[in-house]
Design a protein around this ligand. Structure first.
Ligand code: GDP
Ligand code: ZN
Length: 302
C-alpha cells in the first residue's frame, strides 16, 4: 500500500502518520528523505506531508518523500540550536486573557514571528466571562489597538461558551497553531473546541507507545468540526531570531506606511532628524507601544 499522509508527530526516529482516509500509522523515515539544505530541515516534522509505503507484513510504514513546505516553524532547542517544530501552518492564534494580563511587547513579537512564517494571525481574547476584572480596561485597549491596526480579534469564554462556535469556523479548513502565555487558557480552549480530542490523544499515545502523552513534542490533531490544530508546547520563545525588514514591514504596517514621510529613506526611527515615525508616536498617531516593540525587534534584525 502507498499513499499520501500527514505527519502527526515524531518521537525519536519514529513518526505517526495520518493517511488521507484518517488512519494512524506508525512509520519510519527513509534515510536521506531530503538531500540538501540544513540538517534541521531535512527531517519530517509535525504537519509535513509525505508519501509513504507499507508492505503486507506488520512492519512499520516508510515515509519515502517529503513534499515542499508552505512554511516551517524553527525554534532553538535547549542547547540553542535550530530545531524544526512544525510545518505547513496557515494560521496562528495568539491567545490572551485578563489573567494573566496581556503584554503588548509579547503580542508584537508573536505578530512578527507570524509574518516571518507568512501565516495569518488571529488574536483570541479568552476568559471574556471575566469582564468585571480590573484588567478589563487593558483588555478593551488591547482589542481597540489591534483591531484598529487591521488584525482579526475574537473574544471567547471557555466558561460560558461565548465565541467558541465562531472560533471553530475560523479553524475550519486550515491548520492552526495556538500560542500565548501560560494560563491564558490554550488547553481549555482546545478541549472546548473538541471534547472528543482527549480520547484521541489517548489513542495516539497508545499507538506511539509513548505511554504518557509527551508534552514536549508538537502534535497535529484533526478537529471533528474541521481543520487541524497543532499543539506545540514550549512555543513561548516562538519568535524569529532575526526578523527581516519585510517581516517588520508586514507586522508593523502603520510604521512602514508612515516611514515614507521620513526625511531619510533608510531612517531607523531612532534619533534621525525629520523622522515622521517618531513624530507620529509623540502625537499618539502611532501607538508608542508599537514603536517600542518595533525598535526592539529591529535591533535584532538581520
Ligand atoms: P494554558 O496554560 O494556556 O493551557 O491555560 P489553561 O487552559 O490551563 O487554563 C488556565 C486556567 O484558566 C485554568 O484554571 C482554566 O480553568 C482557566 N480558564 C481557561 N479558560 C477560561 C475562561 O474562558 N474563563 C475563565 N473564567 N477561566 C478560564
Ligand atoms: Zn523615521
Amino acid at each position: 500500500m502507498s499513499g499520501r499522509a500527514r505527519v502527526v508527530t515524531r518521537f525519536g526516529a519514529e513518526l505517526i502518520l495520518r493517511t488521507e482516509s484518517g488512519e494512524l500509522l506508525r512509520a519510519v523515515s527513509r534515510r536521506n528523505l531530503v538531500k540538501h539544505g540544513p540538517a534541521h530541515l531535512r527531517v519530517s516534522v509535525c504537519g509535513d506531508y509525505v508519501s509513504y509505503e507499507t508492505d503486507d507484513g506488520d512492519n512499520k510504514a516508510v515515509a519515502t518523500t517529503l513534499e515542499p513546505r508552505q512554511n516551517v516553524l524553527v525554534r532553538p532547542d535547549h542547547r540553542g540550536r535550530p530545531h524544526a517544530g512544525a510545518a505547513n501552518i496557515d494560521q496562528v492564534l495568539i491567545v490572551i486573557a485578563p489573567r494573566p494580563s496581556p503584554d503588548w511587547g509579547i503580542i508584537d513579537r508573536y505578530l512578527t514571528a507570524i509574518a516571518a512564517l507568512s501565516a495569518t494571525p488571529l488574536l483570541v481574547i479568552n476568559k471574556s466571562d471575566l469582564s468585571e476584572s480590573p484588567a478589563e480596561g487593558l483588555i478593551a485597549d488591547t482589542e481597540a489597538l489591534y483591531s484598529g491596526l487591521g488584525y482579526r480579534v475574537l473574544r471567547t469564554s471557555v466558561k460560558n461558551g461565548d465565541g467558541i462556535e465562531t472560533l471553530r469556523e475560523h479553524l475550519h479548513g486550515r491548520t492552526s497553531l495556538l500560542v500565548g502565555q501560560s494560563g491564558v487558557g490554550k488547553s481549555s480552549l482546545t478541549r472546548a473546541l473538541d471534547p472528543g480530542l482527549e480520547i484521541r490523544i489517548g489513542e495516539l499515545s497508545a499507538i506511539s507507545g509513548e505511554g504518557r502523552h509527551t508534552t514536549t513534542v508538537a502534535h497535529l490533531y484533526a478537529l471533528s468540526s474541521g481543520g487541524d490544530l497543532i499543539d506545540s508546547p514550549g512555543v513561548r520563545d516562538f519568535a524569529p531570531y532575526e526578523p527581516t525588514a519585510d517581516d517588520l514591514a508586514t507586522s508593523f504596517p502603520e510604521i512602514a506606511e508612515c516611514a515614507h514621510d521620513c526625511r531619510f529613506h533608510d531612517c531607523r526611527h531612532r534619533a534621525e532628524p525629520g523622522c515622521a515615525v517618531k513624530a507620529a508616536a509623540e502625537t499618539g498617531r502611532i501607538p508608542p507601544s508599537r514603536l517600542r516593540s518595533f525598535l526592539e525587534l529591529e535591533g535584532n534584525s538581520a
